[in-house]
Design a binder for this molecule. Sequence first.
Ligand SMILES: Nc1nc2c(ncn2[C@@H]2O[C@H](COP(=O)(O)OP(=O)(O)OP(=O)(O)O)[C@@H](O)[C@H]2O)c(=O)[nH]1
Ligand SMILES: [Mg+2]
Length: 442
Amino acid sequence: MFDSLSSKLEKAFKTLKGQGKISEINVAETVKEIRKALIDADVNYKIAKQFTDTIRDKAIGQNVLTSVSPGQLMVKIVNDELTELLGGQTVDMNTAGNPAVILMAGLQGSGKTTHSAKLASYIKKKGKTVMMAACDVYRPAAIEQLKVLGAQIDVPVFFEEGNKSPVKIAENALKAAREQGISVLIVDTAGRLSIDEQMMEEIGNIKKALNPKEILFVVDSMTGQDAVNTAKAFNDVLDFSGVILTKLDGDTRGGAALSIKSIVNKPIKFVGTGEKMEALDVFHPDRMAQRILGMGDIVSLVERAQGVFDEEEANRIQKKLLKDQFTFQDFLQQIQQIKKMGNLKDLMAMIPGVGKAIKDLDISDDAFKGIEAIIHSMTPQERNNPDLINGSRRKRIANGSGTDIQQVNQLLKQFEEMRKMMRTMSKFQGTGRAMPKLPFMK
Ligand SMILES: Nc1nc2c(ncn2[C@@H]2O[C@H](COP(=O)(O)OP(=O)(O)OP(=O)(O)O)[C@@H](O)[C@H]2O)c(=O)[nH]1
Ligand SMILES: [Mg+2]
């Protein structure tokens, strides 16, 4: 995410590294680099200029501070200003109402339908009842798409197959949701290739009919500055309450994320980072700024883990580990939960310092494939008692999983080492003695 922007900013700070103090000359140089980085990221020129002017003034104004190095001071100033540029505060979604209505709007293919479902799943996890309404009557498969997603996350979908009026469908959905005591109704609407009057009128009418508390403008972050023009047009008609920035998992430069708040003065509330239902994050300007500056985002990583792992399961696993009863079956379940957290490279990039290091590495989600195949080829008895797995069984497992015997041996060895380590740890638990040297410590 924003890799190129991150590395260009890092380069800009380098100008100041090793400098004893901030001067107008070295600040000017750094600021020029920052401005270039932003423009390369497809940030509007005016916004980039205003941003860097502020940075320059602050840097020179804070010259008196001698306790930190110029490089660190600059990173701090840029971090603060980036946070502001991204919106400053985290803004919550409004789900009050009877039911609360969330209207999704945006261009074709921006991710409205996918994010209707992600949002539904997110709200459902918070313990509220949700319904989705299929108001895209134009694209032939649109209703079916929402129904499939609804089934996947177990959320009801309101639709009227023959009805060609999105406004009527929306009204009927609201009625149905109210009758059924649903707390949140998410209304998925049709997109167009570009802004057109008829479309704007239609979505405007849906707004009038439903009076939604939350209107979310869904925008593909790959579109950069163009996204901002679209946002403006939608905002003029809808006065929307927030933005969902989608496809941040792609090769986005960051322009849309960094420009939107300045142009429409509406907060980004969520970001989409993949096609899976779990790939939705609440947007926190401060954390995003830190991420852009290569400081990682460990808080979001933990939150993602909390969303996927349930506590009971974690306790069960921990007990099993300590009692030396951890099996390949448990291992398989753990892998499956990690995979639910999202794209592996994205996850690793959230760890401070790791993003930069793995930037050019090809880390695919297939990383677990071999391991999973091997475990799948084991019988239930073997999974529960790896000691059973002798030479001939290893051969069978290798054949069955399309791997070779070395890979099977390696996995068994790693698994055994992990168990050994756990045994040692549990022995020392509560004895007050220092931890012994573990096998992987050199
Ligand atoms: N990688 C990635 N793909 C996404 C994301 N959000 C949506 N997509 C994909 O983008 C495509 C379009 O998404 P939709 O949700 O159908 O978009 P839409 O705005 O409803 O499209 P229309 O209804 O045709 O206007 C689908 O293939 C989605 O799987 C995301 O955050 N990351
Ligand atoms: Mg759609």
